[in-house]
Design a protein around this ligand. Structure first.
Ligand SMILES: Nc1ncnc2c1ncn2[C@@H]1O[C@H](COP(=O)(O)OP(=O)(O)OP(=O)(O)O)[C@@H](O)[C@H]1O
Ligand SMILES: [Mg+2]
Length: 340
């Protein structure tokens, strides 16, 4: 079952196409992320789904029904934005109750649902506090409870963690996962952080310039990026051509490296690509060492290859040293040269 669907949806501002004829199904009961660089059309897509922005063309279906012209308040969606804007003069419980009040859910039922949502986000004990007494993470949980308490068909989260400090952000990733799993809500989360998307998504949708580049589970997308844009966005830094005109990529962690004298030695992996080259830069990072090497790929083009080696087992190298990089066959990924 699909919770929502974009059918050929575009958004054009003047002569600028922010979202370009996207087709996308959001599955029911799962967490789907829209991932991509700044300006790629994530928020615009979410605003169209929420009903704050009418598509220039195309259709939006929610639970199988055409909702293209349905106003936001009739879509029964919960939303949390980057700036979660709680009402400062209301208590936590009153903030969470707000959506229910608007929907004329009264008395005991309202109280029960507010407490249920606050328990879900672990804040029942702060029901009577004012928002300004809460930490950023707690405020974000209140915003989540407020969005969830109405029993939305879809929960839309636009960079909900970006105002939190790094540690809290990582805690809240797991927290949102847990809440999604417990409620079985259909969630669409917008982020430009690939780690966040990889960790949180059932499905991830990569966008660039208003178009979808790839869509699949993290297990599908990460090891098999569809094109160079997706590969680069997910941290594949090395690109080379084989002798047959194929474009290959490999992650720095999968690149092996030996000092040149050892090149013919035992233990060097034979299947794959080997490039003889010269060390250009060595960056020590504590746990690991980044070594960038310049050499010729099998097609004869000059390429830079970065190897990310464990600090303990990396050879002692300096710029100018001759080395050989080993790109094991099993880790080389063939990709399309250009993004769609
Ligand atoms: N109301 C508007 N009028 C004109 N251009 C707009 C409008 N809203 C968005 N845009 C443009 O559309 C493009 C997509 O914007 P959008 O906010 O969807 O990006 P985003 O992927 O959410 O980026 P970010 O990660 O920075 O939030 C941007 O180039 C933006 O400048
Ligand atoms: Mg945005």
């Amino acid at each position: 079952m699909t919770a929502a669907q974009f059918v050929g949806v575009s958004q054009v501002f003047g002569d600028f196409t922010a979202v370009d004829a996207i087709d996308l199904s959001i599955p029911e009961g799962k967490l789907t992320t829209l991932l991509g660089p700044s300006g790629c059309g994530k928020t615009t897509s979410l605003r169209m789904l929420a009903g704050y922005l009418a598509p220039t063309s195309g259709q939006i279906l929610i639970s199988g029904r055409d909702a293209t012209r349905t106003p936001p308040e009739k879509r029964n969606l919960g939303m949390v934005f980057q700036s979660y804007a709680l009402f400062p003069h209301m208590s936590v419980a009153e903030n969470v109750a707000y959506g229910l009040k608007v929907r004329r859910v009264g008395g005991a039922e309202r109280k029960r649902r507010v407490m249920e949502s606050l328990e879900l986000v672990g804040l029942a004990h702060l029901a009577d506090s004012k928002p300004k007494k809460l930490s950023g993470g707690q405020q974000q949980r209140v915003a989540l409870a407020r969005a969830i308490t109405i029993g939305p068909e879809l929960l839309l989260l636009d960079e909900p963690l970006s105002n939190l400090d790094a540690r809290l952000r990582i805690q809240m990733r797991a927290e949102i996962r847990r809440i999604q799993a417990e409620t079985q809500l259909s969630v669409v989360l917008v982020t430009h952080d690939q780690d966040e998307a990889l960790e949180m998504s059932d499905e991830m949708v990569l966008m660039k310039d208003g178009r979808i580049q790839q869509h699949g589970s993290p297990h599908e997308v990460f090891p098999a990026p569809a094109n160079r844009f997706v590969a680069e966005f997910l941290g594949y830094e090395n690109f080379l051509h084989d002798g047959g005109g194929r474009l290959l990529t490999i992650r720095p962690e999968h690149v092996g490296l030996t000092a040149d004298a050892e090149a013919a030695g035992a233990g060097a992996p034979s299947a794959g690509v080997q490039i003889a080259g010269t060390v250009r830069d060595v960056a020590y990072r504590g746990v690991d060492v980044l070594v960038s090497v310049e050499g010729d790929d099998p097609a004869g083009d000059r390429v830079a290859v970065t190897a990310d080696l464990r600090a303990g087992s990396a050879p002692d190298l300096s710029p100018g040293d001759p080395v050989r990089v080993h790109l094991p066959e099993s880790q080389l990924v063939e990709i399309d040269s250009d993004a769609a």
